[in-house]
Design a protein around this ligand. Structure first.
Ligand SMILES: [Zn+2]
Length: 473
């Protein structure tokens, strides 16, 4: 009852105090959830529409560990909060909460490809306490579970226990081809090489920024001055993920040199040496695209990094399935002498869909295959394999070639080859397909999809389909 009064108060509060700024976007806005800043993807923001504060629903719901499902075709967002399902339609004021219709002040909208909903809906239907600091553009959200954890001393808080091992980074320097990170503990960096532009990425698990001597923009990212450094054009750092916290440092290279990376701890300093092997001719990864007349196949593991995709019935992230299967496809394609394989990602990172499309178009790939898992939370019986193409007959031909083999190889229900407007298959210029290999929300599909054996069968089917399409024996 108290809560209802509070919510009523908050609702009135928003109606009364918001200044008159229609459609003004709140740039550099922040969302603080239970005292922690939610890391917003760069194109996602809080906005004010007709005096209503609108927040990106997906990132908030996912930070609350709710399952979120986005159906591109019907523009429907589904959020599963424990046993309660909330369905929101873009451009429709009526939502459904636990099967009952609820009217929103303003319909959910798509803003920079993310769905924003009025903050009041979040407070009333998802049980969060909300407040909006209009001056500093900060949305404060407090989940009720967090409230009870604060008031009931006996509630064990396992999250806090996990955070005990969090290391703080206090200084980052780059000089003479050496990156020095001062921190209050030791972690093993995960190092990856990426290209376009060539860069070396250091992920430091279980780290956050301590009293950093360098400036941080909007509290979570910054750059070092590397002018005059011979091989490096930029060094930037950011709090790349939260819960678990992870700082990422990216060193962008001026040219495609072969750089050897060594790291060691000296006291509390992680020292990373970049050794230029002097081989200016050999690029970091593959040779120039399509060299020696090979066909270029681009594999796109859906989602990744901050975008987990859908959630499986046993709470696994779609992004991990997509990557696991895609890496098997890559492994098999690497054995094909007439094929050159490119990946839009080969680790848990999130290139935007636009970046994926741009890369495929830039290297002029011959085929593009995006790999996903499906999920419909409220109908766990839904199952089977779907293959999507967009309009072009060449894409349809590729879709048919892969789909028939996939159905045969993994034996899930045949849901057919379908035409749909997904960005990665619509905006790529080459034959492009998007595979929804199965339903992660279905128990038996999930079991198959998460099996290594089945993944290899699926990978082989995808490779065989691609080869058939490219007329490679
Ligand atoms: Zn997906």
């Amino acid at each position: 009852m108290k809560k209802a009064i509070l919510l009523l108060f908050l609702s009135l509060f928003f109606l009364i105090i918001l200044p008159d700024q229609s459609h003004a976007s709140a740039n550099q806005s922040k969302i603080i959830l239970d005292g922690q800043e939610v890391i917003l993807p760069s194109d996602v923001q809080v906005t004010v529409m007709n005096k209503h504060v609108m927040i990106p629903i997906r990132v908030v719901a996912e930070n609350l560990k709710f399952r979120v499902n986005w159906d591109q075709k019907s523009h429907l967002v589904k959020i599963q909060q424990n046993s309660k399902i909330i369905s929101l339609h873009v451009d429709q004021r009526e939502a459904k909460v636990a099967g009952k219709p609820v009217l929103l002040d303003i319909a959910p909208q798509i803003l920079n490809k993310s769905v924003v909903v009025p903050i009041r809906f979040v407070s009333e239907q998802m049980g969060l306490s909300v407040s909006w600091d209009n001056k500093d553009k900060i949305v404060h959200l407090t989940s009720s579970t967090n409230n009870s954890a604060q008031t009931e001393d006996s509630t064990p808080n396992s999250e806090n226990n996990e955070k005990v091992s969090l290391k703080h980074i206090n200084e980052i320097n780059f000089l003479n081809n050496q990156l020095v990170v001062s921190m209050d503990g030791k972690v093993t960096p995960i190092i990856s090489h990426l290209k376009d532009p060539n860069r070396i990425v250091f992920d430091l698990p279980n780290t956050t920024f301590g009293d950093l001597s360098q400036p941080l923009d909007s509290g979570s990212m910054g750059k070092l001055d590397v002018s005059g450094q011979p091989h490096v054009s930029e060094v930037r750092y950011s709090l790349f993920s939260r819960d678990p916290d992870q700082v990422r440092i990216v060193i962008e290279l001026k040219h495609a040199n072969t750089i050897q990376v060594n790291h060691e701890f000296i006291g509390d300093q992680l020292v990373i040496d970049l050794n230029d092997t002097g081989d200016f001719e050999s690029p970091i990864q593959e040779p120039l695209a399509g060299e020696r007349g090979r066909k270029i196949v681009m594999i796109d593991p859906g989602h990744g990094g901050s975008d987990p995709g859908t959630t499986s019935i046993s709470n696994k992230h779609e992004k991990d399935f997509n990557l696991a299967l895609s890496l098997k496809v890559q492994e098999l394609l690497l054995k094909e002498p007439e094929i050159e394989v490119w990946m839009t990602r080969d680790s848990d990172v999130y290139p935007t869909r636009t970046e994926r499309v741009q890369l495929a178009n830039k290297i002029n790939a011959d085929v593009f295959v995006s790999i996903h898992g499906n999920s419909v939370l409220e109908s766990p019986q839904a199952n089977g394999t779907e293959t999507y193409y967009y309009q072009r007959s060449s894409s349809k031909e590729l879709a048919d070639a892969i789909h028939k083999r996939l159905i045969k190889a993994i034996g899930l229900k045949d849901r057919g080859v379908k035409d749909n407007s997904f960005q990665v298959i619509r905006e790529t210029k080459m034959p492009a397909v998007l595979l929804e290999v199965g339903f992660l929300s279905n128990i038996s599909d999930e079991k198959a999809m998460l099996s290594n054996t089945v993944q290899y069968k699926a990978a082989q089917a995808i490779v065989d389909g691609i080869k058939e399409y490219l007329s490679i024996r």
